[in-house]
Design a protein. Structure first.
Length: 460
């Protein structure tokens, strides 16, 4: 439930039809992100009391309402105020879905498939952006006063499909156990595993149900700790949180949403297509495809080469790409700029796109995982908000090239930090991962297999 691809295309026509300034464009884009951050912060109530599935159904309904409101934006200032309200409503839905979606998948997936499905979740998100770009290209030939309305209204279609689909899906077995409905959880597990076979040594579904119940009982025995106490008094968790939050912050401050939200507008500034708006929209299709291809490479590398090599390789490619984008703008080299944008999105997909999800799921103790992941997610949305709110204004004062040189510096600094502070967690148990952060000494950790002997995990 993301509208980055649609927004990237619709902005080109919104600006022209509504005669919007840079500030108005930034507010329209950033209002969704800020709204998503707030709703995600308070979404815990729905997740715990209504369940993951019902939260997703609510998010779909809200998304449909916001999409229709944006499509029908009329009134003072050519409907700009109504557009922003619709964007805020969309943000509420995205905030709820961004929490409930991965959580529902994780709790319903077989334990041996959770890692793969985490990566495939990212594939689905970026694949949706590719489809949105194609849709915008198809609609861009229509008159400008209503083609962007159709682009934004089309968000109702996947939201409606999601709502109807989830109505027929079972509740999360983990949530059912949390509600004291163990029998219902057992029935759901047999349903979604689609087996009644009893393996040698016992029924695997009964073992899985026992693990869920045991984890719940252990969680109830842990004293509830405030976030501030963890930062002040728990050094290992503070190290892990700095790493996890840093991954999310760098991934956003690297400017990925600059390309996602303003991709068509950036291409328009290069002059390619001689001002043809339809061409400006279609050029975003290969841009989004490049990130999708990069994520497929990440899917292949992440459990073979390891987390550290995959991330550091991705970041090196990212800052080189950003540097080339800046040079392209400095030299007025339109082809270089667009080629560098494609290289950037592919490089981002190789590691920096997926690694924050993976690493944040590995580095926190079980009893504090929810609290720590919530904070790192807040850092993600806040960093996203900063970039989307400031890009056009920064480009005005720093120049297009200056903005991308600035992003280059951020990624280089981040790569240096992760080189010295990110241990290799591939192939290690959760207990072994915790030991990496419990030791305050600088420690060089061997790679988990022979193929990674040159990829050392270093913890400061």
């Amino acid at each position: 439930m993301q509208k980055k691809g649609v927004v990237s295309g619709a902005i080109v026509f919104l600006r022209q039809d509504m005669e919007l300034s840079n500030i108005q464009i930034e507010v329209a884009v950033a209002s969704t992100i800020l709204s998503a951050a707030v709703s995600a912060w308070f979404g815990e109530y729905l997740l715990d009391h209504k369940g993951r599935k019902q939260t997703l159904v609510y998010a779909s309904i809200i998304f449909i309402a916001g999409s229709l409101l944006m499509a029908c934006a009329f009134g003072p200032d050519k409907g700009y105020g109504m557009l922003v309200v619709g964007r805020i409503i969309i943000g509420v839905a995205i905030g709820f879905a961004s929490e409930a979606g991965p959580l529902y998948i994780s709790e319903c997936a077989p334990p041996n498939l959770r890692g793969s499905l985490t990566t495939l979740f990212n594939v689905a998100v970026v694949g949706g952006q590719v489809f949105a770009s194609i849709l915008c290209g198809m609609l861009s030939t229509l008159p400008v006063h209503y083609n962007w309305r159709l682009m934004l209204a089309f968000g109702c279609v996947p939201a409606l499909a999601q709502m109807l689909g989830f109505m027929s899906l079972p509740l999360s077995p983990t949530w059912l156990v949390l509600q004291g409905r163990k029998e219902d959880a057992e029935r759901v597990l047999y349903q979604i595993r689609n087996t009644n076979d009893h393996a040698v040594g016992g029924d695997p579904i009964q073992h899985e149900l026992h693990d869920i119940v045991e984890e719940h009982e252990l969680a109830k025995q842990v004293e509830h700790v405030r976030l501030g106490d963890l930062w002040r008094n728990n050094l290992p968790i503070r190290r892990a949180m700095i790493l996890g939050c840093g991954l999310w912050a760098i991934s956003q401050l690297a400017g990925i949403n600059t390309i996602m939200y303003y991709g068509a507008s950036i291409v328009k500034k290069t002059g390619i297509g001689e001002g043809n708006l339809s061409f400006d929209i279609w050029i975003t299709v290969p841009l989004n495809m490049m990130q999708l291809l990069g994520i497929f490479v990440c899917y292949y590398m992440i459990d073979r080469a390891g987390r550290r090599p995959t991330l550091l390789t991705s970041m090196t490619m990212v800052w080189i790409s950003l540097l080339l984008i800046g040079i392209g703008f400095s030299l007025d080299a339109a082809k270089l700029t667009v080629m560098a944008m494609c290289m950037y999105l592919f490089s981002f997909g190789v590691g920096l796109s997926t690694m924050p999800y993976t690493v944040n799921a590995e580095i926190y103790p079980t009893e504090y995982r929810g609290l720590c992941v919530a904070q790192s997610t807040a850092v993600f949305w806040f960093s996203n908000f900063i970039v989307s709110l400031t890009f056009l204004t920064c480009a005005r004062y720093m120049g297009n090239d200056g903005v991308f040189y600035f992003y280059t510096a951020i990624v280089i600094i981040g790569e240096i930090y992760f080189y010295y502070n990110m241990p290799e967690t591939n192939g290690k148990s959760f207990h072994e991962v915790q030991q990496l952060f419990a030791d305050g000494r600088t420690e060089v950790l061997p790679a988990p297999d022979a193929t990674q002997t040159n990829s050392q995990g270093i913890l400061v």
